[in-house]
Design a protein around this ligand. Structure first.
Ligand code: ARG
Ligand code: ZN
Length: 886
């Protein structure tokens, strides 16, 4: 099975030939598009042939292409002068430098994989990263081949009035048969994965941005006509991003125009094609009435992310796909920092970390664990993962901690300057950081090659006699697939010592090896490098509680034997907002542990009164900003609680969490009610951090009240649903009603909403999700029913995620003991394997985590994986299933 062969990092070789300039002509037809390519090819200077006489064959990737003709320097090749199979076009002998002309035919309408050129709602669009360009034309489709592009798009004048590609439009004109064309030129050499084409009946919103050197840039967002009123926030986010990248990283935009296009059928969030970003409509369109605050913030973050790629990804790109985190980790770090800067920084960090510790930790602990730089893959599309993106960002963040911002910025400047226009490696990036700072980062590089989540055990001891505080840290990383022996990592641990008497951060003096000591201030980063290391702090004037790993300074699990009293103390006294929140999470988790045990042993559940008191003080002495307070009042998710358990007991976790929620609601109902009332507002909607915080806090309070379904809560929720003009409040209220046990509340609300919004696919996605995340036991039947809904389609990834993906997050129902949840997911995987392998390989993830559950569920999950394995599989699903069952 040739297509199941793995690619190895160690086998990397520079390409034999490079392309300096690429000319493309597209003659667009829905099921028979012609693509002519003229490639200016030359021998790569770094790749000398082994046998000088024969030279190196020219090998071009191509999939799902119907070859019409191939010519070299104007000479059409005869059938015996080249070979072509379903993956490669090979010409055995070619000159040192030549023009290659090919013509192929492709079928955009048959393209349900949404890679290459396809049609979405009548509009042509492309997705080429990572290896979609080979579904457009024969090409050395690898990121280290960079060419300038000139693209002519021809289409029907009425059906396709708008014809877009990368760069600048240089020519347009009319053609016979009611056709027209536009030619685009992109002067920046780019790899094929950054190519884009869009053609359709689109409308635009325009704006301008003047760069720091005074250049005018035309900004356009292209959408279907009915979405013109949903672009304002994305445009504002784009301008903020452009300015932020100038101010923070000194990076200026480099073309005369920057375009964003919204498409309905898209596998991921968005794509950073040079000058022509293509977005999933769900990741760009917002309107107060149709999108909630979380969506507004997500859109802002993704617009920024794709824009930032123009430097971290496009100007400096990846040598090969093993280096994916070079651009993704760095760019996620950049977008996270941007969002923190323009919103509430502690809340952004809390959100990112709680997602990370839930989802990335789970990936690292499962059979698909892989390093940030993998050493092999079967299908690279399977590696757009939380590890590559989010852990990659955490590693960049650690570099910033280790270097400090100024050196980090100098390292970033050096990287962009030295490698501009090149395709490089992760070592190149880290070497710049080492060079500017003088730090030895050799050990640090292990973060990129070693998979798994490191665990740190911490123990502290205060000596009243000597006023010394000794902190012993030990680290170990558990074995992961293919990696049993792990080496110690270089880990920045940011910390403070909070005085138990004063409640303040104490001054830190670290004693060194040779009796010298170093004054570190009150909040410092210490470097853990050994498997075990003791840090001695001197002149500690009172007994402290340590506040460790502030701001989550490293992507590790940190254990410290905190008492509940110490956690309650940190919850109110830690100067680090993130750790204050984390102390609350730890305290809640301890209480949950007891309750989970009680549930399993069938004994009565008793609520920890310390937790109630902690919440009471949060509600009554709101010292923090409202956004942080809302986070503090939010219980850890069932998924996060599950991550803490050696074996996941889905039902006990659900029962314990519900018990805490309802106990808090009973005990503190007046406080929650007061918070709800105090945060009602009739200001017109704006996605400002202040308003978002207020809505969040209000809706958290309402959710507690609804968990005990008092008449008052029900009527407040119904009022909110009926009277709110923004989707944040409407969706929050609808969710509460829809998730209630009372069908008289749930059904009418869902029905009215579904009728009101039937015309808006993005709102209907939310409607699907709300229904399949209900805790009630009838959900699986509802999923099956909704799969037959006229608005549901297996070909639209957003619908699949909204219905099936969301259902698989519904822990009690997906993990039903009759195995029907697993069966449903497996059926969907099998169908998607044929239609859209990339989505199939993503949606299967929950099944791959079978080892985390008790024997009965393990057996059921494995049986479904084996049923999938028996199918004729795409490389995508094949790789996931093989890893899951290995
Ligand atoms: N580079 C894009 C982004 O992070 C993601 C593209 C992923 N494409 C894919 N087929 N997996 O913004
Ligand atoms: Zn990205």
């Amino acid at each position: 099975m040739s297509e199941m062969q793995a690619t190895y990092l160690k086998d990397y070789l520079p390409p034999a030939y490079r392309v300096t300039h690429t000319e493309l002509t597209f003659d667009l037809e829905p099921s028979a598009t012609r693509v002519k390519a003229r490639l200016h090819v030359e021998r790569h200077p770094e790749r000398e042939p082994d046998e000088k006489e024969t030279g190196l064959p020219l090998e071009l990737a191509g999939e799902q292409l119907k070859l019409i003709s191939v010519a070299i320097d104007g000479q059409v090749l005869e059938a015996d002068e080249f070979t072509v199979d379903d993956k490669t076009l090979t010409v055995a002998t070619v000159p040192e430098r030549f023009l290659l002309d090919t013509e192929v035919e492709i079928d955009p309408d048959a393209n349900t994989a949404l890679e290459g050129l396809y049609r979405s709602n009548g509009m042509f669009c492309t997705q080429c990263e990572p290896e979609g360009f080979r579904r457009i034309t024969f090409y050395p489709d690898r990121p280290d081949v960079m060419a300038t592009f000139s693209t002519t798009v021809i289409g029907d004048r009425d059906a396709l009035p708008v014809l877009l590609s990368n760069g600048n439009p240089v020519e347009r004109g009319e053609l016979p048969n009611n056709r027209h064309f536009v030619t685009w030129e992109d002067p920046h050499p780019k790899p094929s994965y950054l190519f884009a084409l869009v053609a359709g009946s689109l409308e635009k919103v325009e704006d301008h941005y003047t760069t720091m050197s005074g250049r005018e840039v035309l900004l356009q967002i292209w959408v279907e006509a009915e979405n013109l009123d949903k672009t304002e926030h994305a445009m504002a986010s784009l301008k903020r991003s452009m300015q932020w990248d100038e101010e923070t990283y000194g990076r200026e935009y480099d073309l005369d125009r920057f375009m964003i296009v919204a498409v309905n059928d898209f596998n991921m969030g968005a794509m950073e094609n040079k000058g022509l970003n293509i977005f999933n409509s769900a990741a760009v369109l917002t309107h107060p009435q149709t999108a909630n605050d979380a969506t507004f913030q997500r859109v802002e973050g993704i617009v920024a992310h794709e824009y930032f790629h123009n430097w971290s990804g496009n100007r400096v790109t990846c040598r090969d796909w093993f280096q994916l985190s070079l651009k993704e980790g760095f760019t996620v770090f950049r977008d996270q920092t941007f969002s923190a800067d323009v919103n509430s920084a502690p809340v952004k960090r809390i959100e990112d970390v709680s997602f990370f510790r839930t989802a990335q930790f789970a990936e690292d602990a499962g059979p698909t664990a892989h390093p940030i730089r993998p050493d092999h893959y079967i299908e690279i599309s399977n590696f757009y993962t939380l590890t590559i993106y989010e852990k990659g960002a955490e590693v960049v963040r650690m570099l910033r901690h280790l270097l400090g911002w100024e050196d980090f910025r100098r390292g970033s400047d050096l990287y962009f300057e030295r490698f501009d226009g090149q395709a490089v490696t992760i070592e190149d990036f880290v070497a710049c950081m080492a060079e500017v700072s003088g730090l030895d980062l050799d050990q640090f590089l292990r973060w990129y090659s070693q998979s798994g989540t490191p665990e740190i055990d911490a123990h502290g001891e205060y000596d009243y006699a000597t006023c010394e505080y000794r902190l012993r840290l030990s680290q170990r990383t558990p074995a992961t697939p293919g990696q049993t022996a792990k080496l110690p990592l270089h880990i920045p641990v940011r910390l403070g010592l909070v005085g138990t008497k004063s409640g303040h951060d104490l001054s830190l003096t670290l004693s060194g090896k040779d009796g010298e000591s170093e004054k570190l201030g009150k909040d410092a980063v210490i470097h853990l490098r050994e498997a075990e290391q003791t840090f001695v702090f001197t002149d500690v004037e009172e007994a402290p509680v340590p506040s460790l790993l502030r701001g989550f300074s490293a992507p590790v699990k940190l254990r410290y034997p905190y008492s509940r009293e110490e956690l309650a103390f940190l919850l109110t006294h830690d100067s680090d907002g993130f750790n204050r929140w984390d102390a609350g999470q730890r305290l809640t988790l301890l209480a949950l542990d007891d309750l989970i045990a009680a549930h399993r042993n069938g004994v009565e559940k008793v609520m920890d009164s310390r937790l109630i008191e902690a919440y009471r003080s949060l509600l009554n002495e709101p010292g923090d900003d409202k956004a942080v307070l809302a986070e503090m009042l939010t219980l850890p998710s069932e998924a996060y609680i599950a991550e803490q358990q050696p074996t996941v007991d889905v039902d006990a976790i659900h029962a314990a969490r519900e018990f805490v929620r309802q106990s808090l609601a009973y005990q503190l109902r007046d406080d929650f009610l007061a918070v709800y009332r105090d945060n009602l507002s009739d200001e017109p909607y704006a996605p400002t951090p202040e308003q978002i915080a207020q809505r969040r806090l209000k809706n958290v309070a309402l959710a507690y009240l609804m968990s005990i379904e008092t008449e008052e809560a029900v009527s407040l929720t119904q009022q909110q649903l009926e009277q709110s003009a923004n989707m944040t409040d409407v969706r929050a209220a609808l969710t509460l009603l829809a998730h209630s046990d009372r069908t008289d509340l749930a059904e009418p609300a869902l029905k009215a909403f579904g009728e009101k919004w039937a015309h808006d696919p993005l709102v209907m996605d939310q409607w699907f999700t709300i229904q399949v995340t209900r805790p009630q036991a009838d959900v699986l039947e509802r999923v099956r029913f909704l799969m037959g809904h006229p608005l549901f389609s297996m070909k639209n990834p957003n619908k699949v995620r909204a219905l099936i993906g969301a259902f698989a997050q519904n822990r009690v129902n997906f993990h039903r003991l009759d195995g029907e949840g697993y069966k449903l997911l497996a059926d969907v995987v099998i169908e998607l394997n044929r239609l859209n392998p990339e989505i199939a390989a993503r949606i299967i993830t929950p099944l791959t985590r079978w080892q985390r559950f008790e024997d009965e569920r393990q057996a059921l999950m494995k049986a479904e994986l084996e049923r999938i394995r028996a199918e004729k599989l795409s490389p995508n699903v094949y790789e996931m299933v093989e890893r899951a069952l290995a």
